[in-house]
Ligand binder design. Structure first.
Ligand SMILES: [Mg+2]
Length: 128
């Protein structure tokens, strides 16, 4: 992940796509613009899922078994959904780099928190 963040930082520098740090208003605008671009890319992941579900539905209507149809649709969107996830990752790295966040460290810390929270939820559910 460090390599990925380092690559993203260099790439953004070369493309002149860095978060503007000139002053508060420009930084705020740049961060909000990049956040908007990230959410657009997240939507594009959803669009690929929609394509797969629509293709599955069409194949089922042609008489194909549902699980088989979805296997085909899954294979058909694999490359494009991968590209959209890469776009998401690029914006996540960009925003993380701006805040000097080590995403690998944040990821494992957060997953640890989630695992403890999940265990807590199970205890709560068992008490009901
Ligand atoms: Mg995209």
């Amino acid at each position: 992940m460090k390599e990925l963040q380092s690559y993203a930082k260099q790439f953004q520098k070369e493309m002149n796509w860095e978060i503007n740090e000139e002053n508060y208003q420009l930084t705020k605008s740049s961060l909000l613009n990049n956040y908007m671009l990230l959410t657009t890319e997240v939507s594009e992941v959803a669009e690929e899922l929609r394509k797969a579900f629509n293709q599955t539905h069409a194949l089922v209507n042609q008489g194909m078994e549902e699980d088989e149809a979805f296997k085909i649709a899954k294979k058909d969107i694999k490359e494009d959904i991968g590209k959209e996830m890469a776009d998401c990752l690029a914006y996540i790295c960009k925003i993380a780099n701006y805040f000097d966040i080590d995403l690998e460290e944040s990821f494992y810390t957060k997953m640890d928190e989630v695992s403890k929270r999940k265990n807590k939820d199970i205890i709560v559910n068992n008490e009901r």
